[in-house]
Write a protein that binds this ligand. Sequence first.
Ligand code: ITT
Length: 209
Amino acid sequence: DVVVVATKNKGKVREFSHAFGKLGITVQSMFDFTGLPEIVEDGPTFAANALIKARIVGETLRIPVLADDSGLCVDALDGAPGVYSARYAGEGAEDAANNAKLLKELAGASVDQHAITGDLPSDVKLLSSAQFVCALALYNPADGTALHAEGAVSGFIIDRMFGEGGFGYDPLFWVPALRRTMAELSTEEKQRISHRGEALSRLMNQLSS
Ligand code: ITT
């Protein structure tokens, strides 16, 4: 079995491949196809953007297609970067540039430091509470309908990066329950607690009912 995910994000491909691999399902991404139309993600919400991506690719390939639109919502920044997470430091920005921009925007910010217990050096500061959000859309070109599911995870943005795993803002996102950053988790651990893991299990529940 194969599922097509309308993404060019290698981190997302890794996580979906891990999740679907457990079910014996192979993931194909935009890297496996040529001649797909340009996608303009100009929706106001994660869900709208997920549908835009799934619909364009689903209509082109004429098969059901899954898409993920996700991002980081930082409380001290009134929810930014939100739907602009991928291009926070500019169109086509690298993860490193987006992370640097986030730390710059949060300069001087701080929250109650009580949550830090354990695994980080004692001088690491919590800058703001934050949530990762993931919206999934599974579009079916046969009837033009889509299934939607969302997931979120709460944590704190810290003042320096830890961990080599994950992608995007993971090295700056500290998960209180695990006392590690998202980038310090294995793919399996991240899937168990992440916005993407939650959205995917909610989508699976809809598919099975
Ligand atoms: P596609 O649209 O091709 O799927 P993208 O990277 O442009 O890839 P989005 O528009 O959904 O994807 O932007 C999501 C951004 O939010 C992503 O580039 C990361 O910076 C951030 N992000 C989303 N999920 C994340 C996660 O699990 N860990 C860290 N950062 C994440």
